[in-house]
Design a protein around this ligand. Structure first.
Ligand code: NAD
Length: 451
């Protein structure tokens, strides 16, 4: 049996290995999950929720273990990993309550007809996930799929198989057999899931893989939810609180070494405050420490050498093209990239267009709000966006002109609990979380009789 070895990107140490699922076995695995679905569906919404609820305590008990595993397997600082591990158990009860409310049948009468809207299970959901949030991304898709009555075949990223397995192991302590089945491997196994008889693909990952999945799924018109990459802009208006804006820019450009789908990747700052902003951001970046996430470093390694080479390639090309290094720029070693602030970034540079997914803050000065908005919207992506400003009316107006799915005003783009996580344009479609998101994992059926 072929195995997939898991490496610590900070040290190169081999952490463990999993058996690779042969791609040709995927159809049989999907058939097994399909056979398990009717009994799982028959438990009903409340019955399934009751079972899943029991995992909350297990996740809470394993916060430290899961946090350390995430840090070792993909590099994020332990503090961030512990936060992710905590999120797995702490919100389960509330999320299940939200799912029950969203999926409970609704009766609609118009005086003549009486209809009931049901939200039935689809069947088998294929969940394919990335490595950057190696336990919460699976949770965001698998939990609502299961609660809705589907069975799930789940393929974690080949970079984080141990995290994916650890997440599924907790659920499998309470779930009936074959309701959640893990498939290990890389894109061959992902492709085999997409081509199989699953009823839906829930995918979080790159735009390129998302496009491929959509093409492949079109053959049988499989349902797809695609949560893809981004190139998030941040606008800093002339009356913004500059210290606060710079602090946000540093945290949202360098968190998880920039390997976050809603990282701030392009900053457009008004000329009048550009120098002050660049100075403040540079000061923060210059004192940030780089090292293993198991120590007290602010920034861990890139997930692998391929990702490091991509980031350093974009950086090198930008510097050669006239970008100014305000902080970082050198001192990189092994898989570690030093938090870097680039000034004078121009539209034609690759770093201004393609997703970087590294600890780089790119600053472009602009002379008007219109120019800032035009540049911010000049992208195929549309996941998150942020605007910092003082005058609340003007700042809110700028926010409404941005074409992203999630826009933060003087704060991060992610919305309040209960709101969807949603991308626009080529950042994908469909939702994570929220009542709209939960309904994606169901087939709506309307049954009507005379009132
Ligand atoms: P990736 O697309 O390389 O891989 C994601 C998963 O898909 C992996 O499990 C991989 O094995 C599998 N895969 C790859 N090609 C496939 C194919 N053709 N068919 C089926 N499966 C395939 O992405 P990644 O490098 O793991 O993750 C980083 C990307 O994920 C970034 O672009 C990031 O912005 C994005 N992301 C988006 C969100 C969001 O909510 N929108 C959240 C996290 C990450």
């Amino acid at each position: 049996m072929e195995t997939l070895k898991s490496h610590n990107p900070a040290t190169g140490e081999i952490l463990g290995e999993v058996e690779i699922t042969p791609a040709e076995e995927v159809p049989n695995i999907v058939a097994t999950a399909k056979a398990a679905q009717p009994a799982w569906g028959d438990l009903g919404l409340e019955g399934r929720a009751e079972l899943i609820k029991a995992t909350a305590d297990i996740f809470v008990d394993r916060v430290q273990e899961h946090g350390e595993l995430m840090t070792k397997e993909m590099g994020k600082p332990l503090k961030e990993a512990i936060g992710e591990a905590k999120s797995l158990g702490w919100g389960i009860e509330e999320e299940l309550a939200e799912i029950i409310e969203a999926l409970t049948p609704e009766v609609v009468e118009d005086g003549r007809l009486r209809s009931t809207i049901y939200h039935d299970p689809l069947g088998v959901v294929g969940a394919i996930t990335p490595w950057n949030f190696p336990m919460s991304m699976p949770a965001w898709m698998i939990l609502p799929s299961l609660a809705a009555g589907n069975t799930v075949v789940f393929k974690p990223s080949e970079e984080t198989p141990l995290c994916g397995q650890a997440y599924a192991d907790v659920l499998n302590e309470v779930l009936p057999k074959d309701v959640l089945i893990v498939i290990h491997g890389a894109d061959d196994q992902g492709k085999a899931i997409v081509q199989s008889d699953v009823d839906m693909i829930a995918f979080t990952g790159s735009r390129e893989a998302g496009k491929h999945i959509m093409r492949e799924a079109s053959g049988t018109l499989k349902r797809v939810v695609l949560e893809l990459g981004g190139k998030d802009p941040m606008i800093v208006l002339g009356d913004a609180d500059i210290a606060r804006a710079a602090k946000f820019a540093a945290s949202n450009s360098f968190r998880n070494a920039g390997q976050v789908c809603i990282s701030t990747e392009r900053i457009f700052v008004m000329d009048s405050v550009a120098q002050e902003f660049e100075h403040a951001l540079t000061e923060i970046a210059s004192v940030m420490t780089v090292g293993s996430g198991m120590g007290d470093a602010d920034v861990g390694p890139m997930v692998n050498s391929h990702q490091r080479d991509h980031v350093l390639g974009q950086l090198g090309a930008a510097i050669a093209g006239g970008a100014e290094v305000l902080a970082g720029g050198d001192g990189h070693y092994d898989n570690f990239v030093v938090p870097t602030v680039l000034g004078n970034v121009t539209d034609e540079m690759d770093i201004a267009n393609a997703e970087t997914f590294g600890p780089v803050a790119c600053v472009t000065r602009v002379s008007s709000v219109d120019e800032a908005v035009t540049k911010a919207n000049d992208t195929h992506f549309g996941l998150g966006a942020v605007v910092f400003g003082g005058d609340s009316e003007e700042t809110a107006e700028v926010a409404r002109r941005l074409t992203a799915g999630m826009i933060g005003i003087n704060s991060a783009p992610g919305g309040a609990v209960g709101t969807p996580w949603v991308g626009a344009r080529q950042s994908g479609f469909g939702f994570h979380k929220s009542p709209d998101g939960h309904k994606q994992f169901t087939q709506t059926r309307v049954v009507t009789s005379r009132a």
